[in-house]
Structures are given as structure tokens and as C-alpha cells.
Design a protein around this ligand. Structure first.
Ligand code: SAH
Length: 343
């Protein structure tokens, strides 16, 4: 088994080269090459031929292939479907905001959380991604597009806190000043609300933004559309969010995808406002993206719901839809390819 060299942290890389009888600074050299997106050891021109051969023998460099790429004519959003080493595919979306270029990356191939409105979970989880495969999505999106990436959101396919060790390692890699050097304050992590993992994350006191996919303020609705809620409940989730804020001082952002007749009633806005009393947080209302296999439709009450929350002192934003013409959301491109393969 060859070693996945790009998943190594700088410290590990330094240790690794020392064990090969090389001076410590070679670790940094290799790390820099890898984080510039080279696809072979051959390109590492300041290493000796014999070291390059040795590295080739005992390790490998992950290089995702562009399986499909779609560019939105509406807003320049780019969607990549990457083919990984084992032929599995994951999606990355590049969004061009005024405050900087943002990539939305995947953390798993598929997902096992089973949210009823989400395309990524159909077919379940195939496998976790590796730290290198997460980093590659940022690295190769930047390389392919020629645009400098300044922000990352972990909101693609998969549940990041269901692959937490990998995600933490990815954060260390992408944050490294010898690598892409993307600051924690430029990174958001979105979770369906795994409370035990959120508590663990809080202890690390990272400066990233935590987004919690809430989607309903009452147990009956939330358990219906998000199986993760069944063993836990909304009260327990909010208590956990409160602890997170107390420990980290970071305000949580709550994602709320508006579904017609399911979670868009006035009483649900009132209940949500009530939950948020005493916990500084921010609500992001998301127009539902229709998924062919799902019975849900977008709500027509987003503005009313927003106003009702605001009247009760809640800070609310409505997410702008980007890439509406290119299946840019939530695992839809991967689904499409899977269907094509079946047919
Ligand atoms: N597993 C993580 C991150 C992935 S999904 C999480 O649950 O947060 C990113 C966001 O998109 C989540 O809030 C998710 O619930 C939401 N989402 C999924 N499918 C959607 C759809 N069809 N329309 C609108 N939002 C959706």
C-alpha cells in the first residue's frame, strides 16, 4: 500500500522525510509542491532524481479528473464533477461573490443522513473522502479556473461531522501558511446537527463559522424531514448550539430551506424566534431546490416568514440562488451521472 502523501500535515511530512534520511526542510519543499497542485513527483524540480524515485515508489499523489464542468450563463457559477482515483465522483461549486471567490466542497461520496429533501443522500453513503481529496477540490478548482479562492464552505455532498477527523485534518492543510493559507474566518462548516460532534468541535475553539441545518423548529416536522432529529430533538440541538456559542464566542448560522406547506407557517416562524431568544444566531432562509425524486416544493412564503422573524428581533437573510441553470445545488450533478450510467 502506497502512502497518500498529500493527506500528511507539514509536521508529518517533515518526520516522514527525516525517516528517509533527508534533511527536515525537504518536508516543507514537498508540502509546497503538493499544495500548488502538481500531479507528479517529476515536477518537483528542486528534489534529487533519487528522492523523487523513492517518493514515487512509496507514495502517490491524488489528482482528480474533470468528469464534467458546467458554467452558468446567469452568474458565472462553475460546477465541477470530479472523478476520483476509484472512479467515484464528487461535486464542487465555485461561486463568484463580490467578497471573493468561494468554493462549496464535498466531504463524503454520498451521505447517510437521509434528509428527505436532499439529492445527496439518495443511494446512501458510498465512502468518506480523504483529507487530500477534500483539499484537491479547492486546489484544482483554483488551478482549473485560474481564479484565486478566498473562501470555503463545507456544504457540498456529505455530512462533514460524520467524517470529522478527515475534516479537521483538511482544515489544518488548507489553513497552512505553506499551503493555500486560507484563514479559518473564511471557512464555514455546515452540519445537519450531530450534537456530540458539535460539542467536540466547540472544544477546539476554531474561528470558522458553524452552520446548522435546522429546517424546522418543531420535533414533528424536523423528525419527518431529517431522520437525524429522531433520537435527539430540537431542544437538545438548541442547548448544544448555546453551549457552542458560550465556548467559542462564535455566532451560529441556522440554515432553513423553505418547503411549501411543511415548514413555512407563521407558528413555525414564532417558534423559531422563541428558540433563538437568548442565543445570538443568524437565520439563512434558502429557497428549496426541487429534486426530481422528492415530493417537496419551494415555499411561496419566504418574504412573509422573513418579516415575521424580523419583527421578533431575529437577523435573517435570504440566500440568493446561484447557478440555477446548471443543477448547481446539493448533489444533483452526481445524481444525474449515476442515472445516465444506469440507463
Ligand atoms: N450535511 C451538511 C452539509 C450539506 S448540505 C448539512 O446537512 O448541513 C448543505 C445545505 O443544503 C444543508 O442545509 C441542506 O439541508 C441543504 N439542502 C439539501 N438539499 C436541499 C434542497 N433540495 N434545497 C435546499 N436546500 C437543500
Amino acid at each position: 500500500m502506497r502512502i497518500d502523501i498529500k493527506s500528511m500535515t507539514l509536521d508529518e511530512m517533515t518526520q516522514f522525510v527525516k525517516e528517509l534520511g533527508e534533511p527536515a526542510f525537504r518536508g516543507k519543499q514537498i508540502f509546497r509542491w503538493l499544495h500548488r497542485g502538481v500531479s507528479s513527483f517529476e515536477e518537483m524540480s528542486d528534489l534529487s532524481k533519487s528522492l523523487r524515485n523513492k517518493l514515487e515508489e512509496i507514495s502517490f499523489i491524488t489528482v482528480p479528473k474533470v468528469e464534467r464542468k458546467q458554467i452558468s450563463k446567469l452568474d458565472g457559477t462553475v460546477k465541477y464533477l470530479w472523478r476520483l482515483k476509484d472512479e467515484n465522483c464528487v461535486e464542487t461549486v465555485l461561486m463568484r461573490y463580490r467578497h471573493g471567490n468561494t468554493v462549496c466542497i464535498s466531504s463524503q461520496v454520498g451521505c447517510r443522513m437521509g434528509c428527505a429533501f436532499c439529492a445527496s443522500t439518495i443511494g446512501g453513503k458510498v465512502r468518506d473522502l480523504t483529507p487530500a481529496e477534500m483539499l484537491d477540490q479547492v486546489l484544482f478548482t483554483q488551478k482549473d479556473s485560474g481564479l484565486e479562492i478566498s473562501n470555503i464552505v463545507l456544504m457540498g455532498i456529505g455530512e462533514p461531522l460524520d467524517n470529522m477527523e478527515t475534516v479537521l485534518r483538511f482544515l489544518e492543510l488548507v489553513n497552512s501558511s505553506e499551503g493555500m493559507n486560507i484563514g479559518m474566518r473564511h471557512i464555514s462548516l455546515s452540519t445537519c446537527g450531530l450534537t456530540e460532534q458539535i460539542d467536540k468541535l466547540a472544544q477546539l475553539r476554531l474561528q470558522l463559522t458553524l452552520s446548522v441545518s435546522l429546517h424546522a423548529p418543531d420535533d414533528e416536522t424536523r423528525s419527518r424531514i431529517m431522520p437525524v432529529n429522531r433520537g435527539e430533538g430540537v431542544e437538545k440541538l438548541f442547548a448544544c448550539c448555546r453551549r457552542y456559542f458560550e465556548t467559542t464566542g462564535r455566532r451560529i448560522s441556522y440554515e432553513y430551506s423553505m418547503i411549501d406547506g411543511v415548514n413555512d407557517s407563521d407558528w413555525q416562524a414564532d417558534l423559531l424566534a422563541n428558540h433563538l431568544k437568548g442565543t445570538p444566531g443568524h437565520v439563512n432562509l434558502i429557497p428549496l431546490n426541487e429534486v426530481a425524486e422528492s415530493p417537496f416544493h419551494p415555499s411561496r412564503r419566504i418574504r412573509e416568514f422573513q418579516r415575521r422573524l424580523e419583527q421578533q428581533g431575529v437577523t435573517v437573510t435570504v440566500r440568493r440562488r446561484l447557478g440555477g441553470d446548471i443543477d448547481a445545488s446539493c448533489g444533483q450533478l452526481r445524481r444525474k451521472r449515476m442515472e445516465e450510467k444506469i440507463q
